[in-house]
Design a protein around this ligand. Structure first.
Ligand SMILES: Cc1cc2nc3c(=O)[nH]c(=O)nc-3n(C[C@H](O)[C@H](O)[C@H](O)COP(=O)(O)O)c2cc1C
Length: 103
């Protein structure tokens, strides 16, 4: 029996995305992306990351990929900010979007 796996990745500067792409390609998994709505470049972006992490903010995000509810398993890839899950991934999980199955 084949289990369909979706990997969902957030990456600010590309490190997590590089690993996610390798893993997904090796395992034959589909890859979905969470992206920032507002850019986090430079030191201003660094400060936003710190504040979003410390205050457990849920910033807006874009999800690019198929509905995760159609898959048997979901694998999450995210950086750690200030000892916490990167805020855009927190936003995604708090939105309850993992159960989305259509369209
Ligand atoms: C604001 C900020 C806070 C961070 N806090 C941590 C941390 O607490 N622990 C850790 O191991 N790495 C921490 N990092 C490092 C990132 O997790 C690491 O650079 C990661 O590879 C970045 O992934 P990305 O290139 O996919 O965005 C932090 C980075 C930033 C920008």
């Amino acid at each position: 029996m084949k289990h369909e796996v979706l990997m969902i990745c957030y990456s600010r500067t590309g490190t997590t995305l590089t690993v996610a792409r390798l893993l997904a390609a090796m395992a034959g998994w589909q890859l979905a992306l969470i992206e920032d709505v507002a850019p986090r470049a430079g030191w201003v972006g660094d400060v936003r990351c710190v504040w979003d992490a410390l205050l457990k903010r849920k910033p807006p995000y874009h999800y690019i990929g198929p509905p995760p509810g159609r898959f048997d398993h979901v694998v999450l890839m995210s950086p750690i900010w200030m000892g916490r899950l990167a805020s855009p991934m927190r936003s995604y999980l708090r939105a309850g979007s993992l159960r989305t199955s259509g369209p």
